[in-house]
Design a protein around this ligand. Structure first.
Ligand code: PHE
Length: 366
């Protein structure tokens, strides 16, 4: 039995001298592993007489527990020391002075997208996204624009040479509407989402840039009708422009993916050379301005997205985020949005600490 005590003493010394978790593991295998020395002792119990076993079993078990305990204690101590060292090394000096002037600002497009997400979250809309490099099928075909459809010609599409998996070529999405199809296919119904993001068209002048931003809205449920669309747009525009006197004019229009289709105008007046949204466009000194395309989702789109159009209906809308930003915050040249001029950003950018919230106002001061 003196042999057991000797093994234990030696194990304790070696464990206490182990320098790393790797070395500890080697010791564990040496003593307690399948081929380990303590394990070998345990195996001898089987060949003993009952009397001998009764005497030795508790001692050998005791040795096993002593070695296992020493290993566990040493491991815990090592881990604690490692954590201690990390905590000591990873300090954060909170006494650094603030910069002399604020550096950087939030781009108006990001600001407006945050405002829109906030407004629509309050109405129960989630934010969905889709790829900017899109498959012809999602951008056009599934939106009821088959290969020869004349509406395709109006999109000034940037195509890639690559064949798309679902037919046609890969392209830069020309609108956020393909996210409608992707969301219905991935999530089924009901759906209540907005989809903000970049879109691309080969077009460039003071009011058009080859890349711009849209936000899509989609509601799919049972018994959705045009009244829901009108209320939603009215509620959204009033919250966005922070005015109760927003007046909408709904005009019949055409989009292949909505039927009926409705273009939405808001009334505005011009004050100090700036368009100010509010009031009826028919009032003296006022006019109408188109801000949105929308309509009831075409049943063919619902069908191609894998849902039963006799069960599910809905509405969709799309609008330009850059244009909404210009209208609300008074910039007049769209191209400046994408020049990356720090003077423009200093003037029109927003504080990163001014997160839009419904309670504090979605119109943070520039
Ligand atoms: N996708 C259309 C566009 O880019 C806008 C739109 C979206 C119209 C949803 C109707 C419904 O012009």
């Amino acid at each position: 039995m003196a042999e057991l005590e000797q093994i234990e003493a030696e194990a304790r010394t070696r464990i206490s001298e182990a320098e790393s978790l790797g070395a500890l593991e080697t010791l564990r295998v040496e003593y307690l592993g399948k081929q380990g020395s303590v394990s070998a002792l345990l195996k001898t119990l089987g060949k003993m007489s009952p009397e001998e076993r009764q005497e030795k079993a508790p001692k050998i078990q005791g040795l096993r527990q002593a070695v296992a305990g020493a290993l566990a204690d040493r491991k815990q101590a090592m881990e604690a020391a490692e954590l201690e060292a990390r905590l000591a090394a990873e300090t954060l000096d909170l006494s650094l002075p603030e910069p002399a002037e604020p550096k950087g600002s939030v781009h108006p497009v990001s600001q407006v997208m945050d405002e829109l997400a906030e407004i629509f979250a309050d109405l129960g809309f989630a934010v969905a996204t889709g790829p900017e490099i899109e498959d012809d099928w999602y951008n056009f075909t599934a939106l009821n624009m088959p290969e020869s459809h004349p509406a395709r010609a109006m999109h000034d599409t940037f195509y890639f040479p690559d064949q798309a998996p679902k037919g046609g070529r890969m392209l830069l999405r020309t609108h956020t509407s393909p996210v409608q199809v992707r969301t219905m296919m991935a999530e089924g119904a009901p759906v209540r989402i907005i989809a903000p993001g970049r879109v691309y068209r080969s077009d460039s002048d003071a009011t058009h840039t080859p890349m711009f931003h849209q936000i899509e809205g989609l509601v799919i449920d049972r018994d959705i009708h045009l009244g829901h669309l009108k209320w939603t747009l009215e509620t959204f525009l009033k919250a966005f422009f922070e005015r109760d006197d927003i007046v909408l004019r709904l005009r019949p229009s055409y989009f292949p993916f909505t039927e009926p289709s409705v273009e939405v105008d808001v009334g505005y007046s011009v004050e100090k050379g700036r368009r100010v949204v509010g009031g009826s466009g028919d009032a003296p000194g006022h006019a109408w301005m188109e801000v949105l395309g929308s309509g009831m989702v075409n049943r063919r789109v619902i069908e191609m997205s894998g849902l039963d159009p006799d069960e599910w209906q809905g509405f969709a809308f799309g609008t330009g985020v850059d244009r909404l930003a210009m209208l609300k915050y008074g910039m007049d040249d769209l191209r400046a949005f994408f020049d990356g001029d720090v003077r423009w950003m200093a003037h029109y950018g927003f504080s990163a600490f001014d997160q839009p919230t419904l309670s504090a106002g979605v119109g943070a001061s520039a």
